[in-house]
Design a protein around this ligand. Structure first.
Ligand code: PDD
Length: 278
């Protein structure tokens, strides 16, 4: 696997960063995950825009122009032996000594990227759906920033693994926020409902695509606060992310969602997404 670090491509195993890197010491950095289908990055412009927004939010000057980022990603994609990829980009505030929470001036950001093979979500998961559990959302107040400091997400996601489930749905103050690593949609009363972008969730690129597809195909959609009871009583629940696309959640905390199988609106949306992503 060929990866990228600070201006050069090299085998992943040969790359290393300083133990003083603020990404390592403080989780002081931001990242992106970009799906690549048949060597074409999907929604590249939107991912790069979100990356520059994340950098601005943490007060770190963007080390690259959008054209440079696009070139970096293209260079990474062409060096991989597989066609469908998941490209990971990360920028940290770089190494600094002595250790100090305050920003180093000037920072020397660390830019790291690598690509993984991106297998299509297994047909059995698309066909039968997945299980989810729920937890209170105990994360910080800026979940819209795609920060690498992900400890709360890590713990929430592991709780689902320990429970034999695929995702943990998070609720804050009785309202749906998102999943540990995904956005959440529900179908209730024949409408697709999902929370509006806010500091309580990451605005997923897949989330935006699903909203666009609902509008394009005239499916009833409401973007608004979603109460925990509505999620628990929903006919359908979906999760969306760049790596999992759209999956139906068929049990929540061990209770069947709707009929306990992926619902009709899910099937339509999944179909539209497959048509759209190529
Ligand atoms: N996670 N919310 C959170 C907390 C996420 O971590 C992700 C994605 C999403 C969905 O965003 P998108 O549709 O742009 O992938 C929502 C990525 C895939 C990850 O951390 O691996």
């Amino acid at each position: 696997l060929t990866a990228y670090l600070n201006g050069r491509y090299a085998p992943l195993g040969e790359l290393s960063v300083s133990v003083l890197d603020r990404g390592f010491l403080f989780g002081d950095g931001v990242y992106e995950v970009i799906p690549v289908y048949s060597r074409h990055p999907f929604r590249l412009e939107e991912h790069l825009k979100r990356l520059s927004g994340s950098l601005a939010a943490i007060g770190l000057a963007d080390p690259h122009t959008p054209a440079q980022w696009a070139g970096l990603v293209a260079g990474l994609i062409e060096r991989q032996p597989f066609d469908d990829q998941s490209v990971y980009l990360q920028v940290t505030r770089g190494p600094a000594y002595p250790r100090n929470q305050a920003f180093p001036e000037p920072p020397q950001p660390t830019v790291f990227a690598f690509a993984d093979p991106l297998p299509a979500p297994p047909a059995a998961l698309v066909e039968h759906g997945v299980a989810a559990i729920s937890q209170p959302d105990v994360r910080w107040g800026r979940c819209n920033v795609k920060a690498i400091s992900l400890l709360a997400n890590v713990l929430a996601r592991q709780a689902s693994v320990d429970a034999g489930a695929a995702e943990t749905i998070l609720f804050r103050d009785g309202l749906l926020t998102e999943g540990a690593a995904s956005n959440i949609f529900v179908v209730a009363g024949g409408r697709i409902v999902t929370p509006a972008p806010s500091t309580r969730m990451l605005t997923g690129i897949t989330y935006d695509v699903v909203i666009e597809l609902a509008r394009l195909h005239g499916l009833p959609l409401q973007i608004r606060e979603v109460h925990e009871d509505e999620v628990r009583g929903a006919d359908e629940i979906w999760l969306t992310s760049s790596s999992k696309e759209i999956l139906a959640i068929v049990t929540l905390d061990g209770t069947a969602v709707g009929n306990g199988v992926p619902g009709p609106i899910y099937r339509q949306m999944h179909h539209h997404y497959q048509q759209f992503k190529v």
